[in-house]
Design a protein around this ligand. Structure first.
Ligand SMILES: [Zn+2]
Length: 108
């Protein structure tokens, strides 16, 4: 399948996947932020351990919970963002293309 630019009729076009890329990045950041909210859950778990090993348990629990939350949240957020962004790129069953010759952005 070859796509032509509607303006200059050039075949020199490339897919524009800005939404997918934007979605992946935004999802990763949003997911990490959401995951980092797991910090309080980790702190709670740490506080429970902290009743046995004071201070140290609270600190370790909070740290572990926060890091784990950010990591898993970031990964799942990136996947979700990627999916959403891909859906944006495919809306109306059309894909975005950019002409390399004249720079025209068009849906095909
Ligand atoms: Zn063109």
């Amino acid at each position: 399948m070859s796509v032509r630019c509607p303006v200059c009729k050039s075949f020199d076009v490339q897919k524009d996947e800005r939404w997918r890329n934007t979605g992946t990045a935004a999802g990763a950041v949003g997911g990490a932020a959401t995951g980092y909210a797991g910090f309080s859950a980790g702190a709670a778990a740490g506080a429970a351990i902290g009743s046995v090993i004071p201070v140290l348990g609270t600190a370790i629990g909070a740290l572990t919970g926060g890091i784990l939350g950010a990591l898993t949240g970031g990964a799942s957020g990136a996947v979700t963002g990627h999916e959403l962004g891909s859906a944006m790129d495919r809306r109306h069953n059309k894909r975005l293309y950019r002409c390399k010759k004249c720079g025209k952005l068009f849906a095909y």
